[in-house]
Design a protein around this ligand. Structure first.
Ligand code: FMN
Length: 257
């Protein structure tokens, strides 16, 4: 399907789910104790734009880098990154990255100097959650990484891994093969899948960053409990990983130290 047709279909899908968006908006405002200001609460991002680099070139350029410029990311570049991680690329709402049973359980928080934001793929934009700059809480002893202009936080929402279909499948499997399909085994499989789901996003972001000549590093070392508390996560939600992004320093003056 041509790219403009995909964008059109996504617009109509967005209309269909506007009710869900209002619920999410209220939920985020309640969690972070924000009074929603209609002009500030949601920031739409521009349409993602095609990158003129081949996949092979992006694969060759992909690497972890821990040195960033202090320049904030443009909305266009952030949109491209989030499209790679969790963009809607089909009429039926499916994403640029795969997930087990299409759970779409990974939620992405975007931490910037100006606050905490939550990515909403159906609206291609960010809900403003809080003014706090908590980027520094995404690292242990890596100050230059901690101050990267953008930190993505990948949160797996366990409630999204349950559906009538999975509940039924689990019941059937545990009944017909009790020894193999114990509840513990099923739980282990669920956790493994949610980690892989986040991992797929991490690699897509690495490749998009390489294609846009940006520095990027993914991380699992951070004060989990503190970050979960700062993001007001529920018991069903756990942080799987963080990923730092920014431009490469152009001179010693814009180099984060
Ligand atoms: C699951 C995972 C966790 C990681 N955690 C950290 C981390 O906490 N801090 C860090 O600086 N790099 C972290 N990295 C980046 C790795 O150190 C890096 O991918 C590795 O050294 C290979 O380098 P490359 O990505 O340039 O190929 C992590 C990577 C992965 C996949």
């Amino acid at each position: 399907m041509p790219f403009d047709k995909v964008i059109q279909s996504i617009s109509s899908l967005r209309e269909e789910i506007s009710g869900e968006f209002d619920v999410l908006l209220k939920e985020m405002s309640a969690r972070f104790g924000m009074k929603p200001d209609p002009d500030e609460i949601f920031r739409p991002l521009p349409e993602p734009q095609g990158l003129s680099i081949s996949l092979m070139q992006a694969l060759e350029a992909r690497r972890s880098e821990r040195s960033f410029s202090n320049e904030p990311l443009s909305d266009q570049d952030l949109s491209n990154i989030l499209f790679a991680a969790d963009g809607i690329n089909r009429k039926n709402g499916r994403r640029t990255t795969p997930s087990a049973l299409d759970w779409q359980d990974t939620e992405i928080y975007v931490l910037k100097a100006n606050g905490i934001w939550r990515w909403v793929p159906e609206r291609r934009g960010l809900i403003f959650c809080a003014r706090e700059d908590i980027r520094g809480r995404t690292c242990y002893a890596q100050p230059t990484v901690a101050r990267a202009p953008v930190q993505l936080v990948y949160v797996s929402n366990r409630s999204k891994t349950r559906s009538t279909f999975t509940d039924l499948a689990e019941k059937v499997f545990t009944k017909i093969s009790r020894d193999v399909w114990t509840e513990e085994k099923i739980d282990e499989m669920r956790v493994r899948a949610t980690h892989i789901n986040a991992g797929a996003k991490i690699e897509a972001v690495y490749l998009a960053a390489a294609a846009m000549d940006m520095a990027c590093v993914s991380r699992t070392g951070f004060p989990t409990d503190e970050l979960e508390r700062l993001l007001h996560l529920t018991e069903d939600e756990t942080i799987v990983a963080c990923q730092s992004l920014g431009y490469r320093p152009k001179s010693i003056l814009d180099h984060i130290r």
